[in-house]
Write a protein that binds this ligand. Structure first.
Ligand SMILES: [Mn+2]
Length: 275
């Protein structure tokens, strides 16, 4: 198992394991996601560890970043998969581009996958001619693993993606004006071991400019906070990831503070859910 030994430490039972997956090898628009774990570590000491469910102080155990290469997609996914197999659930993985989720899914093989994202990431090729990228990873994952998926917040996609999601029987909660009833309906269809992936671009770009592929018209941070609470408390996921934060595109840490707070929120929820 390859790790960055600078941060590696043994985690206590009452802590939630966190590790960075700073992979950025298939970016099609704005670069910078590989710096996300570093920026979150920079911001974290300065924000209060307060969540909707009380303090998350000393709840996270930072295991550092998985040691990756640059531009080696398959090798990096193999390293991430080995790391996930070794680290054991539950954990929170901080990307990196969304492709890192493919490695976690291959390692964990959940029954239900929850995709919170402005995009489906279900292209067959993106850019045209490229089979494996941040915009195709969910299609590759589903072809290989065949899980059931719940998709929340999609608002920017191609027809082929919607068709694939329908054909695969995914539960889709589209757009940004869904209510808690729609989420309750979606959650009621889940079964077995659940994995939750949160792409920060589900937020409106005015609230989260620091992403690789911004799309107008997203949800607010407070909606995301309550959505994630509903998902984690009812589904008790074995692991959660937060991906696509791009510090190079952030302004005044607007996105960095949200990702940091979301991280604390997810850790607290996982503890409260008893996962
Ligand atoms: Mn995505």
């Amino acid at each position: 198992m390859q790790r960055n030994n600078v941060y590696m430490r043994t985690c206590r039972d009452q802590e939630v394991k966190l590790f960075g997956a700073p992979m950025e090898d298939t970016v099609s628009f704005r670069p910078g996601t590989r710096f996300a774990p570093q920026r979150v570590r920079f911001v974290m000491p300065y924000i209060e560890p307060t969540t909707l469910l009380g303090s998350a102080e000393r709840l996270l155990c930072d295991m550092g970043d998985v040691n990756l290469l640059r531009g080696a997609v398959e090798e990096n996914l193999a390293r991430l998969k080995r790391f996930v197999e070794g680290v054991g659930t539950p954990f929170i993985m901080l990307g990196g581009e969304h492709t890192v989720t493919l490695a976690a899914l291959e390692a964990l093989r959940p029954d239900t996958y929850v995709h919170v994202d402005a995009h489906f990431d279900l292209r067959d090729e993106w850019p045209p001619g490229q089979k494996l990228s941040h915009a195709t990873f969910l299609r590759r994952a589903h072809e290989r693993l065949g899980f059931y998926a719940i998709v929340v917040g999609v608002r920017a996609y191609g027809d082929e993606e919607y068709t694939y999601a329908n054909g695969a029987g995914f539960f889709v909660v589209e757009g940004s004006n869904f209510g808690r009833d729609a989420i309750a309906d979606a959650v009621s269809t889940a079964s077995g071991r659940v994995y939750v992936s949160i792409d920060v671009d589900v937020l409106d770009p005015s609230q989260a400019p620091g992403v690789g592929v911004p799309e107008a018209g997203g949800i607010s941070y407070s909606v995301l906070e309550s959505l994630v609470a509903d998902l984690v408390l009812s589904l008790k996921p074995i692991a959660v990831d937060i991906v696509e934060f791009s510090p190079l595109n952030d302004v005044s840490d607007i996105t960095a503070v949200k990702v940091s707070r979301l991280l604390l929120h997810v850790a607290k929820l996982m503890k409260c859910a008893g996962v």
